[in-house]
Design a binder for this molecule. Structure first.
Ligand code: CFN
Ligand code: HCA
Length: 534
């Protein structure tokens, strides 16, 4: 059963008029005969509607800073905020020097009522002293939670004093949870400061090897980044830095030496990609290492950019040998998956990226969306330049990089660059809309009510999202897969990741569990809560 405007209206009609007016702007049915379909995104969630979104602190500390392993990340706030971001995201990291890998720690000022009343600056300074004494890290980050902004603690001043006292960089991030409308504001805050204070501060003038690249917006969830690096290294690329999965402060300082920036998650890191281009002339290339075809296309585009015969031959050789190895296994899983349907709702880029993998397995995505993406992630970067649509920016200034003539790295002539842009998507990102079939639904900031309503109408075979709705969906009799944490599995990126994903979701489909659950729509009339028969 498909979805049409009338059915969509039936769902929306259940809302009070004001809510309906708001939510209508965040949903559309894909139509390719309409040139531009606009969506409202990156705006305030309706209070109380049960959104899947998180906060600016989650986006700054949890997403962008947290994975940098050789910095100690201090959370200034009540303990719950620190605890929430303690390893739940599964951004893996390993280090040659285990004493400089702090990824498993949760360090917080554990603010109490007296700190709220009398101020928490002294406590924060003390925690920094303790961190230096115990861990002696190369650098520290301080992330603010909501109460810090409310009581007016001056974290910047504490950071400055601590830098003078300890002689290491102490970076202060004003990412109070209430800033902006979602995690997205936090990405922006983190990106600005990393660019302003870390990137380019390394000593290196040149990368030590040929074909140096940065991998931006890859967070090594479930080991994704390791699989991508494995492939890139086999072909002969030199990975200068990864931002920020299994990332290192030392490597990020020298990110200016790369000749090309790969952008995996555009949503969380487009700011850095842009600033690197302005400051060092390094172009960025949108890649997608989720899915076999996406991986191959990304590798071929990279080879076209570097335009080197040996690199191109090696790229094709690696693609051929990887395909020969994985295709027979992948095809077995495809038999289980073929003909099934999916809902794919994740935070930012994954709501788009995983649709490739679904389609390679013969699964059609009926509904997709993002928690906190911006209009360009839906409608395309060419259609809407990011900067103009950035509602978060009302509160968060765009740090504008200044051109660094000395370290300008553009290795190709401007004419050659134009030629390349005609062939490969340098500096471009096609939003989700273009890859979805006519009649499929695109929803921004999906909420709990809509989740249930869309399931009842479209009855997908699998729903991929996060922890907040996983079990509700499972109790509706639907195979549910977390695409944030990968349900403690992974990697799902690259060639090996595609096979792992195929295996995991096939297991989900083949599980006898579903025989024991009767979906509510099979019991008429529909009673809330009557999902099991015991
Ligand atoms: S790893 Fe990334 S891929 S960074 Fe972003 S937009 Fe979150 S933490 Mo959850 S899984 Fe998700 Fe994306 Fe980029 Fe992760 S889809 S919501 S802020 N995200
Ligand atoms: C975050 C992190 C998160 C949450 C995942 C989920 C992640 O937004 O703070 O809701 O299941 O990937 O860990 O997106």
């Amino acid at each position: 059963m498909g979805m049409n405007e009338a059915k969509l209206q039936e769902i929306l009609d259940q809302y009070p008029p004001k809510v309906q007016k708001n939510r209508k702007k965040h949903i559309f049915i894909k139509r390719s005969d309409v040139e531009s379909q606009q969506i409202e995104a990156n705006t305030r969630t309706i209070p109380g509607i049960i959104t899947n979104r998180g906060c600016a602190y989650a986006g700054c500390k949890g997403v962008v800073l947290g994975p940098i392993k050789d910095m100690v990340h201090i959370v200034h706030g009540p303990i719950g905020c620190g605890y929430y971001a303690w390893n739940t995201r599964r951004n893996k990291a390993k280090s040659d020097d285990p004493k400089q890998n702090f990824i498993n720690y949760c360090i917080s000022t554990d603010m109490q009522e007296s700190d709220i009343v009398f101020g928490g600056e002294k406590k924060l300074a003390k925690v920094i002293d303790e961190v230096m004494e115990i861990f002696n890290p190369k650098a520290i980050t301080l992330s603010a939670t909501c109460p810090v902004g409310l009581i007016g603690d001056d974290m910047g001043a504490v950071a400055k004093a601590a830098e003078a006292k300890h002689g290491v960089q102490v970076l202060s991030f004003s990412c109070e949870g209430y800033k902006g409308v979602s995690q997205s504001a936090g990405h922006h805050i983190a990106n600005n400061i990393l660019m302003e204070k870390v990137i380019g501060t390394g000593e290196q003038e040149e990368a030590p090897a040929k074909f140096p690249i940065n991998l931006l917006g890859e967070y090594n969830i479930g080991g994704d980044g390791w699989e991508v690096e494995r492939i890139l290294k086999e072909i002969g690329y030199h990975v200068v830095s990864v931002m920020t999965g299994d990332g290192s402060y030392e490597a990020i300082k020298n990110a200016h030496t790369a000749e090309l920036n790969l952008v995996q998650c555009h949503r969380s890191i487009n700011y850095i990609a842009e600033m690197l281009e302005t400051k060092y002339g390094t172009p960025w290339l949108k890649v997608n290492f989720i899915g076999i075809e996406g991986t191959i296309e990304s590798l071929r585009n990279m080879a076209l950019y570097f335009d080197d015969k040996e690199l191109t031959l090696k790229t094709e050789a690696v693609i051929a040998s990887e395909l020969a190895r994985i295709e027979p296994i992948f095809d077995q899983y495809k038999k289980i998956c073929e003909g099934k349907t999916a809902f794919c709702f994740v935070g930012g880029s994954r709501g788009h990226h995983f649709q490739n993998l679904f389609s390679e397995l013969g699964i059609e995505t009926l509904l997709a969306g993002y928690e906190f993406a911006h209009r360009d992630d839906y409608e395309g970067r060419e259609v809407i330049p990011t900067i103009k649509t950035d509602a978060d920016s009302k509160n968060i200034p765009h740090y504008t990089a200044e051109v660094d003539e000395k370290r300008f790295r553009l290795k190709v002539s401007p004419e050659k660059l134009e030629e390349l842009k005609a062939k490969i998507p340098l500096g471009q990102y096609n939003g989700m809309r273009f890859d979805m079939k006519d009649g499929s639904i695109i929803v921004d900031d999906l909420n709990h009510f809509e989740t249930e309503e869309f399931i009842k109408v479209l009855k997908p075979d699998i729903f991929t999202s996060g922890i907040k709705d996983k079990y509700v969906i499972q109790k509706m009799g639907i195979n549910s897969k977390q695409l944030h944490s990968y349900d403690y599995s992974g990697p799902y990126a690259g060639f090996n990741g595609a096979v792992k994903f195929a295996e995991d979701i096939s297991m989900g489909f083949a599980s006898p569990t579903w025989n024991f659950i009767t979906p509510p729509w099979k019991n008429q009339p529909l009673l809330e809560g009557s999902v099991t028969e015991e």
